[in-house]
Unconditional design. Sequence first.
Length: 69
Amino acid sequence: MGMKDQFQQKADELQNRAEQKLGQGRDEAQQRARQGQEQGQDAQERGRRHMDDAEREMRDRRPGRDADA
C-alpha cells in the first residue's frame, strides 16, 4: 500500500466518523426540538385550561346570578 493510499484510507475513515457524529448530532437536535415542542404544547394547554377556569369563576361570581346553578 502506497503512502497516497494510506492517506486516502485515513481521510475516508475520518470523513466517515465525522458524518456519523454529524448524523448523531442532527438526530439529538431533532429529538430535543420535538421534546421542546411537546412541552410548549403542554404549557399552552395548561394555560388554556387556567384561562377557562378563571373565566368560569368570574361568570359564577357575577352579581345577580345564582352561584349554585
